[in-house]
Structure formats: structure tokens, C-alpha cells
Design a protein. Structure first.
Ligand SMILES: [Zn+2]
Length: 117
């Protein structure tokens, strides 16, 4: 059985789902009928295993999508689901940029370097 570490706990408290912005919880996920299972971070609203994103990143991603009418999934119908997937995609992009710039670490966004939102 996988173990939830203190860092995971902190991450769950600090972060949110990168699709819907919802709260993360712990869930025992069963992988096979022989009892293979693991504890994972989970979004109850999306019903999926979700490692999450920093709340600041989610906030910026939703603004980015509104301001640029961003749509990565051109083959999909534009509905709530495509909006959630686009949000998750932009969260990944923003996290990548912050990471490359050294503005994010295991404790989240490094606050004294970026403006508050
Ligand atoms: Zn979610």
C-alpha cells in the first residue's frame, strides 16, 4: 500500500484540482481484483486521481483562458469538459514556466518573488 507522506498532506491542503479547482482528498484506489491498491490524491468532483496544482496557478489559468479564449482541444466540442481540460493544460504550462524560473518548489509558489493575486 502506498504511503501518504507529510509532503503529500501539505500538498493536499495547499493545492487544488487542476481541472475544476476543487479540494483534493485521499482515496484508496483498487487496481485489480486481487487486492492491489494504493492511496492516491483524488478529486471528488471530477472522480479522478489528481495530483493537483497550486491555487495561484489555477487562478492564473482560468484568467488566461478567459482573456485569450484559449482552446488546445480543437477537435472537441466546446463545453464544460473541454474547458476543464484546457484549464488543466494551462496549469501544466504555467507550472512549467514557474519551475523553469525557479519560482515554485515543494512548498508551492515562492511568494516573495511574485505579486499577490
Ligand atoms: Zn476536479
Amino acid at each position: 500500500m502506498g504511503k501518504i507522506t507529510d509532503d503529500d498532506r501539505k500538498r493536499m491542503e495547499r493545492c487544488c484540482c487542476k481541472q475544476c479547482g476543487g479540494k483534493l482528498s485521499m482515496k484508496v484506489v483498487v487496481y485489480d481484483p486481487y487486492g492491489g491498491h494504493d492511496v492516491e490524491m483524488f478529486c471528488d468532483k471530477c472522480h479522478k486521481i489528481e495530483y493537483g496544482t497550486e491555487k495561484e496557478v489555477y487562478h492564473l489559468a482560468t484568467r488566461f483562458i478567459d482573456e485569450f479564449q484559449f482552446n488546445y482541444f480543437l477537435d472537441m466540442a466546446e463545453d464544460e469538459r473541454s474547458e476543464r481540460l484546457n484549464t488543466a493544460k494551462i496549469c501544466e504550462v504555467i507550472s512549467w514556466v514557474l519551475n523553469e524560473l525557479g519560482l515554485i518548489d515543494d512548498n508551492g509558489v515562492i511568494k516573495n518573488k511574485v505579486p499577490e493575486f
